[in-house]
Ligand binder design. Structure first.
Ligand code: DX5
Ligand code: ZN
Length: 221
């Protein structure tokens, strides 16, 4: 599958969002990864519903909304999502995972289950018909700038094998957390298709966003 680049907007320069989005449009990146946190499922707050609406009004780049919130099934409605957008919900954040996923689908969007590093891949076993992708967290969610949890590389490999052997080779694998150029090579080799690139990769003061994306694509080609 094609390597898709999904910059993590919580790492973007808030004082220059116009320039950031123009750079991403110029580089034809695939999704804008937008982290939504409720201070309860994860110990942090980041971006919100109005932020998503502003971004959507400014660009046609599809959104990849990462809901790190409890009971996401009751909050899907709050977001401006459409057919090209992804929405991920954490398997650990709800008693009604299938209901949350079907509500994403009802909005015409693409659905994804996110798994924390300690959560086994088998958690998606009974929702394979309800998802377009699985998000393997390679750090514990909540903050940018963390270090990769090494065991998650094997977890990506296992997830890819599990999906392919179950007849779901169409389901993509997204990775999120410390996706540095070096780690991205290992993640891709293990089977990842969608890469959430944040402070470890393209958002680096030593080079422009365009340069960062060029370096990332070179590293993962
Ligand atoms: C962490 C977020 C990630 C994070 C990635 O909870 O989901 O999107 O911003 O940033 P880095 O590359 O710094 O790990
Ligand atoms: Zn994220």
């Amino acid at each position: 599958m094609k390597t898709e680049v999904c910059p993590s907007m919580m790492c973007a320069d808030i004082f220059n969002l116009e320039g950031v989005i123009s750079a991403f449009e110029k580089c034809s990146i695939d999704y804008l990864h937008i982290d939504i946190m409720d201070g309860s499922f994860v110990p942090n707050f980041t971006l919100g519903t109005d932020y998503c609406r502003h971004i959507k009004s400014r660009t046609d780049i599809p959104l990849d909304i990462h809901l790190m919130v409890n009971e996401p099934e009751n909050k899907i409605e709050w977001f401006p999502i459409g057919e090209n957008d992804f929405v991920s919900v954490h398997a650990e954040s709800t008693n009604h995972l299938q209901r949350a996923l079907s509500r994403i689908k009802d909005k015409g969007a693409k659905s994804m289950v996110a798994l924390n590093p300690a959560t086994p891949v088998c958690m998606i076993e009974n929702v394979l018909d309800d998802i377009d992708a699985v998000l393997i967290m390679t750090v514990n969610p909540g903050y940018a700038g963390q270090k990769l949890i090494p065991s998650t590389i094997k977890k990506i490999e296992y997830a890819r094998q599990f999906l392919d052997s179950s007849g779901y080779d169409n389901i993509k694998i997204e990775v999120d957390g410390n996706v540095s150029f070096e780690n991205a090579v290992k993640m891709k080799k293990a089977g990842a298709d969608m890469f959430v690139v944040g402070s470890s990769g393209i958002f680096n003061k030593d080079y422009s966003l365009e340069k960062g994306i060029e370096l990332f694509r070179k590293a993962t080609d």
